[in-house]
Design a protein around this ligand. Structure first.
Ligand code: PMP
Length: 428
């Protein structure tokens, strides 16, 4: 493929935007080479500035579960825009989407809308701290909750230690209040709870992890966390920015039957516009300003265009009960196909999958947490990524990301993807 125009655009972007991108992973740093600049997209396909076409498995990192430029969403945004783009006042549509979200997700009474997943998680943790009047939180190595200070904590080897900042700019003071546990390891959590009794406000996690590739919780892990939270009187926060409205109407809570105290959303809930949200039962949500003392606000929060996109998206998902099953079946088909050709071509691998999330790890051992994900062969991943890109398949440019399937993908697209994996890995 020719990437001439993308290359020129990247050179121009680097002069005025740090690294040429507004979010680091887009720069292809993890895999080398230069990013492709996308001009437009429709359904399952992306078209870049050089006219190359790709089957897309990133889908804007998750939001576009029904494919690109999905008409009901696009029309809703266009119609809304004609009536004004922002008022900074309450609007009826905010209540409409809130009612719908609350009706779709178990165990929540109220929801507040923000502008990103980062804001949702940051605000959820502030609310938990304010509600419990405690300062420490527990997060898991390898889980990502956005770029707010408390979450940018390095994956240390020992779980029962204070966190250290992994980004300059995060103060030691902030880092010491974030305690690190190992995903899928209840003992690591219990040790922290025991050692910090009465000091921990909440545990936050991706109930199904998607930021170290896709890593589903082991049987009993989420149930065990719920039990520990009850025992130690700590709030459980599910970061469902990836999984919310993707794995089931009610997200991971519905899928696993485990209830969280606060749930964070992003991605699908905004239909591709900048939206995040956090939700909980009345008694917790009423702790937020203006009813309660915990401050949280936003000039563009509940923005009419964003709410119109989100409402159109959730309405569609709510009206199509078979959608999550059909997405799961497509993902299962892709899994079987890819596993078949990798075995045939003698490529060591582990594939993790749940619902419409899937990731391929070039690892012999099961990938169950950050350290097993980090042990996979990154050089093989780089070859895999570039080979697929060259063959018109766009997966995330990092092994620490999940693939997201959409309803727009046909079985023909899946077959083409499996054939490309075969072609690329034959040469390994
Ligand atoms: N939480 C999770 C689980 C995420 O995957 C992400 C983003 N990939 C975020 C939070 C942050 O969301 P945003 O990028 O919209 O700030």
């Amino acid at each position: 493929m020719i990437y001439k125009r993308s290359s020129e655009l990247f050179a121009a972007a680097k002069k005025v935007i740090p690294g040429g991108v507004n979010s680091p992973v887009r720069a292809f740093n993890a895999v080398g080479g230069e990013p492709v600049f996308i001009k437009e997209a429709k359904g399952a396909y992306l078209y870049d500035e050089d006219g190359n076409k790709y089957i897309d498995y990133i889908n804007s990192w998750g939001p576009l579960i029904l494919g690109h430029a999905f008409e009901p969403v696009v029309n809703a945004v266009v119609e809304k825009a004609k009536k004004g783009t922002s008022f900074g006042t309450p609007t009826e549509i905010e209540t409409a989407i809130a009612e719908l979200a609350v009706s779709m997700v178990p165990n929540i009474d109220k929801i507040r809308f923000v502008n990103s997943g980062t804001e949702a998680c940051m605000s959820a943790v502030r609310l938990a701290r304010g509600f419990k009047n405690r300062e420490k939180i527990i997060k898991f190595a390898g889980c990502y909750h956005g770029h707010s200070d408390s979450f940018l904590i390095q994956a240390g080897s020992g779980a029962v230690t204070f966190g250290t900042p992994n980004s300059p700019g995060v103060t030691e003071g902030t880092a010491k209040d974030t305690l690190l546990a190992d995903y899928n390891n209840l003992k690591s959590v219990e040790n922290l709870l025991k050692a910090n009794q009465g000091e921990i406000a909440c545990i936050i996690l991706e109930p199904i992890a998607g930021n170290m590739g896709c890593i589903p919780p082991k049987n009993g892990f989420l149930e065990g966390l719920r039990k520990l939270c009850d025992e130690y009187d700590v709030l459980l926060i599910f970061d469902e920015v990836m999984t919310g409205f993707r794995l089931a109407k009610g997200g991971a809570q519905e899928l696993t039957g485990v209830n969280a105290d606060i749930v964070c959303f992003g991605k699908v809930i905004g239909g591709g516009l900048p939206v995040g949200a956090f939700a909980a039962r009345h008694e917790i949500m009423d702790h937020l300003a203006p009813t309660g003392p915990v401050y949280q606000a936003g000039t563009l929060s509940g923005n009419p265009l964003a709410m119109a996109a989100g409402l159109a998206m959730l309405t569609e998902l709510d009206n199509r009960p078979g959608i999550f099953k059909s997405l799961k079946e497509k993902t299962e088909y892709l899994h079987k196909g890819i596993a078949g050709v990798l075995e045939k071509n003698g490529v060591t691998h582990t594939i993790n999958r749940i619902g419409s999330m899937i990731s391929v790890h070039f690892s012999e051992e099961p990938v169950v947490d950050f350290s097993t994900a980090a042990n996979a062969n990154n050089e093989t991943f780089k070859k895999f990524f570039h080979g697929l890109l060259e063959n018109g398949i766009y997966i995330a440019p990092s092994a620490f990301e999940t693939w997201f399937l959409t309803d727009a993908l046909t079985y023909k697209d899946l077959d083409a993807t499996i054939a490309a994996v075969d072609k690329v890995t034959k040469e390994f």
